[in-house]
Design a protein around this ligand. Structure first.
Ligand SMILES: Nc1nc2c(ncn2[C@@H]2O[C@H](COP(=O)(O)OP(=O)(O)OP(=O)(O)O)[C@@H](O)[C@H]2O)c(=O)[nH]1
Ligand SMILES: C[S@@+](CC[C@H](N)C(=O)[O-])C[C@H]1O[C@@H](n2cnc3c(N)ncnc32)[C@H](O)[C@@H]1O
Ligand code: SF4
Ligand code: SF4
Length: 566
């Protein structure tokens, strides 16, 4: 035993393997494993009412696969594993999984944790603890049985309370936390009742900010910032004090002097804790997901079933970890549509039928590889993902040409100003620099700007080669709505707005060189359109819109000719 403790200590001190360290030097020693996509509740904030399409059972990791991955992660430095779901307690064999995880202690696993809704857990809790469970988080959002039914769309309040009671009385040491997702106007008035639970119980209550996931109808106005809840609690308990947080804890904790327990806030939305993030997750169907809010996933299950070695798996894990983002997007920008619902992440039911979510999430193998940069690499990144200019010294120069187009939508008044002689000003009071100018001046300025911008491309786009351009031609064509509809023909493009006035900018650039000139053509169009904006902003600023910038033709070079019909 002493020997095992020694090994555990050495393992703990050696930190995590490089594969578990990301670009921001975050060491990932906490793994969340989802054991199932199923659940016996239907919490409205976690899954859409219509449910989620479940993966076929053969796609879910087997117990052996779960344990194999757990062992690999622990040997690579993971010290804490949390079992989650769906509802992990309804997975057959969970007790065996906990027992097997317990065998990983000599390799450095210190905590075996479980997050559960507590509905059926009271039947197995004692056994789980005997098998090695050390930390239990029970989710309970309300102390009112009727509200419970409203929030979870199922019954079972009494069963959860029974589990909670049993956990608090557990004979073996068990850390018990209670998770409550707080929703404005629904359960935020119960916060003080939850805090009161900490008086006589060694319990950590955590108030969780409502987070957006596919299908959960998240709305900022339903989210109660942690700071607001804290102010309410301070009004009732002015002498509360900060409580120590565990390293990398999601919660900021507080304690009321004399209370046995504590309470805290998981402010994932208003004050994220990404800088100290040490978490990785495996979904029930065996995908590694490096961030809760990142839709990218790669299948460890498929690799295992195709005979991958532990080294192969670790390499895949390493690439995924390396590419982890610094933090999740801001509150309004989180792209919930491409992510899974929470229940499928572990810790999802989709806006779209699951099939659709699947196609965007489960990438075919080739595109997964592309994502991790092994096969079709981004040409401006080197093997380590650092920016690098492409070396073209061995390429033969050839004639290259590219055409790009783009459009700026403008209001009718602005359209009149650039297409009408200003002497007959109709009293609309245009700015001085547009007054008394003849038709087309603004567009001439934009045309010259586009040509100058094109020549500056390598100065602005870091890894673009400077090229000896032989010709730049730029045309800016004002189009009334009818004309846009008649001769443009590109109405079918998704963002096309044929009912609006616009200026279509076309740039064709050519050179005798070793690389293509599409960046130069795109730059010319972009700068031309921005200059139209600048010239018209005094009369049209808020109503203008630039878009539809695309390459329509390219010729020369090894990749051959390309043309995209308008
Ligand atoms: N942003 C973010 N929030 C997370 C993550 N994991 C869990 N959470 C939040 O924490 C809440 C509670 O999740 P739990 O399953 O109890 O896990 P935990 O809080 O990480 O557990 P501890 O190990 O006790 O810290 C979830 O509802 C989320 O709001 C994560 O990786 N990122
Ligand atoms: C997805 S559940 C899985 C484990 C288990 N079924 C449970 O409810 O505890 C894990 C945690 O995520 C929380 N959760 C689910 N949807 C959430 C959301 N939209 N915002 C914040 N937390 C959420 C739940 O309250 C729960 O505490
Ligand atoms: S939070 Fe999600 S997974 Fe957990 S009990 Fe509710 S519906 Fe089930
Ligand atoms: S949002 Fe992503 S990076 Fe931030 S704490 Fe959660 S998992 Fe970590």
């Amino acid at each position: 035993m002493e020997f095992q403790a020694k090994i555990a200590q050495i393992d703990a001190e050696k930190g995590v393997a490089p594969a578990l360290v990301d670009r921001f030097e975050r060491e990932h020693d906490y793994l969340r494993i989802s054991l199932t996509e199923r659940c016996n509740l239907r919490c409205f904030y976690c899954m859409p009412e219509e449910g989620v399409e479940l993966s076929p059972s053969g796609h879910i990791l087997t117990n052996d696969e779960v344990v194999r991955l757990a062992r690999l992660f622990v040997k690579s430095g993971v010290a804490k594993i949390r079992l989650t779901g769906g509802e992990p307690t309804i997975r057959k064999g969970i007790s065996d999984i906990i027992r097997e995880l317990n065998q990983l202690r000599p390799h450095g696993l210190r905590s075996i944790a479980l997050t559960s809704n507590g509905i059926v857990l009271h039947r197995q809790l004692e056994q789980f603890v005997q098998h090695g469970l050390t930390h239990l988080n029970i989710s309970l959002d309300t102390l009112d049985p009727l509200k419970f039914e409203l929030m979870t769309r199922r019954r079972g309040h009494a069963a959860v309370l029974r589990t909670l009671d049993m956990a608090l009385k557990s004979s073996s040491p068990l850390s018990v936390k209670l998770n409550a997702v707080i929703i404005k106007g629904l359960n935020d008035a119960e916060v003080l009742d939850f805090v009161a639970l900490t008086k006589d119980n060694d319990l950590s209550v955590r108030f969780i900010e409502f987070m957006p996931f596919a299908g959960n109808k998240w709305d900022k106005s339903k989210m109660v910032p942690s700071s607001e809840l804290l102010s309410r609690i301070i009004r009732r308990y002015p002498d509360l004090v900060r409580a120590p947080d565990e390293l990398n804890d999601t919660a900021r904790s507080w304690k009321i002097p004399g209370h046995k327990g504590s309470f805290g806030f998981i402010s994932s939305m208003s004050d994220h804790f990404c800088a100290s993030c040490n978490r990785l997750r495996i979904t029930a169907d065996g995908q590694i997901k490096v961030c809760l809010f990142d839709a990218k996933e790669v299948s460890l299950r498929d690799q295992m079933r195709n005979g991958a070695s532990d080294d192969d798996l670790l390499e895949t894990i390493g690439r995924a970890v390396f590419n982890k983002q610094e933090k999740h997007a801001g509150m309004e920008d989180i792209d919930v549509l491409t992510n899974r619902p929470m229940i499928l992440i572990g810790g999802s039911i989709a806006m779209h039928p699951r099939r659709h979510v699947r196609t965007s999430l489960r990438r075919p193998v080739a595109s997964q590889l592309r994502y991790f940069g092994t096969c079709a690499k981004l040409t401006h990144l080197d093997d380590k993902g650092r920016p690098s200019m492409v070396d073209v010294h061995s390429k033969e120069p050839s004639r290259r040409e590219a055409t790009a187009i783009g459009r700026i939508y403008i209001p009718p008044l602005a359209y009149d100003l650039i297409t009408t002689t200003r002497q007959d000003d109709n009293g609309t009071n245009p700015p001085n620099y547009l007054k008394a100018r003849s038709k087309g001046d603004a567009l001439t300025v934009a045309q010259l700007a586009a040509i100058m911008g094109c020549k500056k491309t390598p100065d602005l786009i870091p890894l673009c080669h400077p090229l000896p351009l032989s010709h730049i031609s730029v045309a800016l064509l004002p189009q009334p709505p009818e004309q846009a509809r008649n001769n443009d023909g590109d109405i079918s493009r998704p963002h096309r707005q044929p009912h609006r006035h616009s200026v279509l900018c076309t740039a064709t650039v050519s050179c005798e060189g070793k690389t293509g000139v599409e960046m130069e053509a795109l730059m010319a169009v972009s700068v031309g359109l921005l200059t139209v904006w600048d010239m018209l902003k005094a009369v049209a600023g808020k109503e203008m819109e630039i878009g539809e910038i695309i390459v329509t033709k390219k010729s020369g070079g090894k990749s051959g000719d390309f043309s995209r019909n308008l």
